[in-house]
Design a protein around this ligand. Structure first.
Ligand SMILES: Cc1cc2nc3c(=O)[nH]c(=O)nc-3n(C[C@H](O)[C@H](O)[C@H](O)COP(=O)(O)OP(=O)(O)OC[C@H]3O[C@@H](n4cnc5c(N)ncnc54)[C@H](O)[C@@H]3O)c2cc1C
Length: 461
């Protein structure tokens, strides 16, 4: 850091209650790391906030010193926007408070919470709200992009369950946003990502869930893929809201319920979760077992919090990751054929193609009700390129891009903003679709200088 800046930093540190991490600190390399090891950025300083006052101070420092700013919640975003080069990372990951009011079925959640933090606190009262499927993901980034998971068919997108948010704006001001206060900002926060300010507290609606849910995996041989996928596509069009079934095709990890000779071979797995009475769920999932002759299954009643962590071992931080994603309103034969073709040439043992199912309650909200507009995205395809060494970058990224292009003709409109990589800036307007113009207007009002631009950026022009 230059001398002048050093004095400013010392001044900042004198008033900041959290940790300030600089290049020279031992913790620097650890703290700047995020989930996707493809991202290797070197910020000038990292302000690890402990309160909304810390966040205001960090925003003011960046504005006055003209520093680039990035915001870090759970650090999971594939595009790596949580970290910037040479600027200020406003790191919220130490702010992990969750306050549950079980009578009102409401939770107040701080922006450093992971899904595991939130789920654990809410499940003490037998409650939950729809979140994602990997418990180490940050609640903040997931919510601001839309958020969907096992409970979304029953209770909607994560943003459908957001009641209000406290926000620090680009000028360092603090505002409350809800349906009745700063309603325009509240509209934009529900899908508009980190474009409008820094959320210091989220207030969510909770619902009774579990504590035990019928859930698990059924794994089929890859040579049955066409039949399994076709039946999956039709079954998921009419299944009740309480049930969710996702599809993942990949090389089999060494799961104990699979024979050793299946490990490392391509499989098609159905992952299911039933959010109602398990006995009812058992009847509803019976047809899934007849989609083919399964290698094996691991299905039963388990704590909701355990199912929320079921995929964590496959999604650990530190690997190199590159994603591509489409929305589908319906999984056509063409889409199924493309999935099978590219699942048949996975470029690394960790690459996978998954199809998340939404629909249900999430599809019943009007597309213009809030920034997240993809209400016809009944299926979200994620081409998940994942590998260990930089030497495989070209091969794995090439595979993901090729499959993305091949499956594009069968996709519907929009895209999930939370699955876009850093090279997909040109897809942002397409991703939002009908709400994009209104988002631009909102950006002009709340962040006219584009102070918050390390995100899937909505430019104020
Ligand atoms: C393994 C894995 C599994 C996933 N599974 C799902 C899933 O099942 N469902 C789903 O919907 N998504 C899923 N996602 C995508 C996930 O929603 C996004 O990656 C999301 O951005 C992660 O949020 P984060 O807080 O961890 O990320 P970060 O990288 O910390 O933040 C992402 C961006 O959000 C903004 N941001 C973060 N915090 C704030 C804040 N407090 N105020 C304002 N802006 C903020 C910033 O622009 C930041 O760059 C998954 C991601 C991964 C890596």
């Amino acid at each position: 850091m230059k001398q002048l800046q050093r004095a400013k930093i010392d001044d900042f540190k004198a008033h900041f209650r959290g940790d300030v991490v600089l290049h020279s600190d031992a913790a620097y390399d650890e703290v700047r790391q995020i989930w996707n090891a493809m991202i290797n950025r070197r910020p000038a300083l990292i302000a690890r906030c402990t309160s909304s006052e810390d966040i205001v101070q960090a925003v003011n420092l960046a504005r006055k010193q003209n520093l680039a700013v990035s915001i870090r919640g759970g650090g999971h975003n594939i595009a790596g926007n949580a970290v910037c080069d040479d600027g200020l990372v406003i790191d919220l990951s130490l702010m992990k408070g969750v306050r549950v009011d079980p009578n009102a079925r409401i939770a107040k959640v701080e922006p450093g919470c992971t899904l595991a933090d939130f789920d654990a606190a809410a499940q003490v009262h037998g409650l939950a709200t729809p979140l994602g499927i990997n418990s180490t993901t940050g609640v903040a980034g997931l919510t601001l992009g839309g958020g969907f998971g096992w409970l979304s068919r029953k209770y909607g997108m994560t943003v459908d369950n957001l009641l209000s948010a406290d926000v620090v704006t680009a000028d360092g001001g603090q505002v409350h946003a809800s349906e009745t206060k700063n309603a325009d900002l509240f509209w934009g926060l529900r899908g508009g990502g980190g474009n409008f300010g820094i959320v210091t507290s989220f207030e969510f609606q909770l619902h009774p869930v579990g504590p035990g849910v019928l859930s698990g995996l059924i794994a089929f041989p890859f040579d049955q893929a066409k039949s399994v996928l076709t039946q999956f596509a039709r079954f998921t069009e009419t299944m009740p809201d309480d049930l969710n079934v996702w599809m993942v095709t990949r090389k089999a990890p060494p799961l104990p319920f699979l024979r050793a000779d299946v490990h490392g071979k391509e499989i098609v797995a159905l992952a299911l979760c039933y959010a109602g009475n398990p006995a009812e769920g058992e009847k509803l999932i019976a047809p899934l077992r007849r989609f083919g002759t399964a290698h094996g299954e691991h299905v039963g009643v388990q704590p909701y919090t355990a199912w929320q962590k079921a995929f964590d071992p496959l999604l650990t931080p530190g690997a190199r990751n590159y994603w591509k994603s489409h929305n589908f309103s319906r999984l056509s034969d063409g889409a199924i054929n493309a999935i099978i073709e590219y699942a048949g040439k996975l470029p690394s043992p960790q690459c996978e193609i998954f199809v998340g199912v939404i629909g249900g309650q999430a599809a019943r909200v009007a597309p213009e009700a809030m920034a997240y507009s993809s209400r016809d995205a009944n299926y979200v395809l994620n081409v998940h390129g994942r590998w260990e060494s930089a030497a495989a970058d070209e091969r794995c990224i090439g595979w993901a891009r090729e499959f993305f292009a091949k499956s594009q003709p069968f996709a519907s409109r929009g895209a999930y903003i939370n699955f876009l990589t850093q090279d997909e800036g040109d897809r942002i307007a397409f991703a939002y679709g009908t709400t994009y113009n209104r988002l631009v207007e909102l950006k002009k009002k709340y962040d006219p200088t584009n102070f918050f631009r390390m995100n899937q950026n909505i430019k104020p022009v």
